[in-house]
Design a protein around this ligand. Structure first.
Ligand SMILES: Cc1ncc(COP(=O)(O)O)c(C=O)c1O
Length: 405
C-alpha cells in the first residue's frame, strides 16, 4: 500500500511547531502548523478534499493520523495547530461557526441540571443558545456583571460547572478582569472559558491570564476578509481538549477544509491588520468624542472608558471595535446608519471592510428588550467595526453622515 505522501501535522496532542517559544507572533501566525509540501514544494497547504483516508492495515487504523474527515482533516488540522500555538494552548479544535464552538464547550462540560455563570453582555447568539436551547434541557444560567469578579464568586452554586466570559463584550465593550475571574474559577475547580473574538491572541491571551478554554469566532479577525464563517476552541490541557474534540466528532459540527484554507491565509496578516485597524479605531473614537452630535463614545483605548486601566493591564492593544450614541435618539442613529457612505451596514466584524451595525435590530435582536436595557444595550447604540480603509475616509464619512442627522 503506498505511503501517504505528506502529513501537515500530527494527530491531536503531537508536538506543535518547534521553536515557538523563541519566535515572535508575526512569524508564528505565518508558519505555525504548516511546512512546505515535500512532494510538490507548494508553500501553501493543500485543501485536502477527501472524505476518507486509507488504513495501513486492519490493526493500524490511524497510521497516518486521519481516518474520516468528520474526525479530522489535514487542512483543518494545520489551522488548529496554528491557533493553539498563537493562544499558547495544548491544542485546538475548529468548528463550522463560532456558535458551534460555544455549543461544543457547553456539550463538553455540562449535563442537565448544571449551572453556568455567563457574562451579562455577550454576543446575542450566545444568549440565545443559552436561554432558548440549553435552558430547555435543564441547564441553569446566571447572567452576571463579570466586570466585578466579586459578582462571579457570589453567583457560584454547588452545581456551577462552567464560567463563560466575553471580554471585550459584544456590543458594549464591557471588560471582565480575566485573571481575577480565572483565580476564582480555579479555587472552585470550575473551568473558565473566554470568548476572545474581539481582541484575538495578538492583543489578549486568556490562557496566560489563567483561563482554561479560549473560544473564537474565526469568522471575524482570523479570516479578516468577510469570506468565511468558522469557530475554534483552544484548550489549556489535553484532558479539556479531548472533551471538546469528542464533541466535534460526535456532533459533526466541523469546519470544512476550504474554510480552514482561507482562514490560514487570513491568519498570516492578523498582527498587521490588528495594529492598523486599532490605530484607526483610536483616531475615530477621538473624533467622535469631540463631536457635538455624539452623546457617548466607548472605546477601551480612550482614557474616558470606565475600565481603561484594566484594558491596559490585561491586553497589549485596544482592538478595532467601538460604539457610540447619537444625540437625537434612535431616529437619528437609524438615519445615520441608513445614509452613511464607505461604512457598510451589515452584521459581522473584524474584517478589512469597515462595518456599521445596529445591535438592537441586528446582532442582539435575540436578547429581550428588558434584558438589553438592564445590561446597557440601548436602542440608539451604533457599533463600529473599523476596517482597513484610509482613516481619513472613514472619519469623513462619519462627519458627513452626522451632519445630516
Ligand atoms: C463575540 C462573538 N462570539 C461568537 C460569535 C458567533 O460567531 P459565528 O457568527 O461565527 O457563529 C460572534 C458573532 O458575531 C461574536 O461576535
Amino acid at each position: 500500500m503506498p505511503a501517504f505522501p505528506y502529513k501537515l501535522c500530527g494527530p491531536p496532542g503531537q508536538p506543535r511547531f518547534p521553536g515557538r517559544e523563541t519566535m515572535g507572533f508575526s512569524t508564528r501566525q505565518i508558519h505555525a502548523g504548516v511546512t512546505p509540501d515535500p512532494v510538490t514544494g507548494a508553500i501553501l497547504p493543500p485543501i485536502y478534499q477527501s472524505t476518507t483516508y486509507v488504513q495501513e492495515s486492519v490493526d493500524q487504523y490511524l497510521a497516518k493520523g486521519y481516518s474520516y474527515s468528520r474526525s479530522g482533516n489535514p487542512t483543518v488540522r494545520a489551522l488548529e495547530q496554528r491557533l493553539a500555538d498563537l493562544e499558547g494552548g495544548h491544542d485546538a479544535t475548529c468548528f463550522g461557526t463560532g456558535m458551534a464552538a460555544i455549543n461544543a464547550v457547553y456539550l463538553a462540560f455540562l449535563n442537565a441540571g448544571d449551572h453556568v455563570i455567563c457574562s451579562d453582555v455577550v454576543y446575542g447568539g450566545t444568549y440565545r443558545l443559552s436561554t432558548k436551547v440549553y435552558a430547555r434541557f435543564g441547564v441553569e444560567f446566571s447572567f452576571v456583571d463579570t466586570s466585578d469578579a466579586a459578582n462571579v464568586a457570589k453567583a457560584i452554586r454547588p452545581n456551577t460547572r462552567l464560567i463563560l466570559t466575553e471580554s471585550p463584550a459584544n456590543p458594549t465593550m464591557k471588560l471582565t478582569d480575566l485573571a481575577a475571574v480565572s483565580a476564582i474559577a480555579r479555587q472552585h475547580g470550575i473551568p473558565h472559558a473566554v470568548d476572545n473574538t474581539f481582541l484575538t491572541p495578538y492583543y489578549q491571551r486568556p490562557l496566560e491570564l489563567g483561563a482554561d478554554l479560549v473560544i473564537h469566532s474565526t469568522t471575524k479577525y482570523f479570516d479578516g476578509h468577510n469570506a468565511t464563517v468558522g469557530g475554534a476552541v483552544v484548550a489549556r490541557t489535553a484532558e479539556q481538549h479531548e472533551k471538546v474534540r469528542f464533541i466535534m466528532n460526535a456532533t459533526g459540527t466541523i469546519m470544512s477544509p476550504q474554510v480552514a484554507f482561507y482562514t490560514l491565509q487570513g491568519c498570516k496578516t492578523l498582527s498587521v491588520r490588528m495594529e492598523r485597524q486599532s490605530a484607526s479605531a483610536m483616531a475615530i473614537a477621538k473624533f467622535l468624542e469631540g463631536h457635538p452630535k455624539v452623546a457617548t463614545v466607548r472605546y477601551p483605548g480612550l482614557p474616558s472608558f470606565p475600565q481603561h486601566e484594566l484594558a491596559k493591564r490585561q491586553a497589549s492593544g485596544f482592538g478595532a471595535m467601538l460604539w457610540f450614541d447619537v444625540r437625537g435618539g434612535v431616529a437619528a442613529g437609524k438615519k445615520l446608519m441608513d445614509t452613511i457612505k464607505v461604512w457598510t451596514l451589515a452584521e459581522n466584524l473584524g474584517s478589512v471592510e469597515s462595518l456599521i451595525t445596529h445591535p438592537v435590530t441586528m446582532t442582539h435582536g435575540a436578547v429581550e428588550p428588558a434584558e438589553r436595557a438592564r445590561v446597557g444595550i440601548t436602542d440608539g447604540l451604533v457599533r463600529l467595526s473599523v476596517g482597513l480603509e484610509d482613516v481619513e475616509d472613514l472619519i469623513g464619512a462619519l462627519d458627513t453622515a452626522l451632519a445630516g442627522v
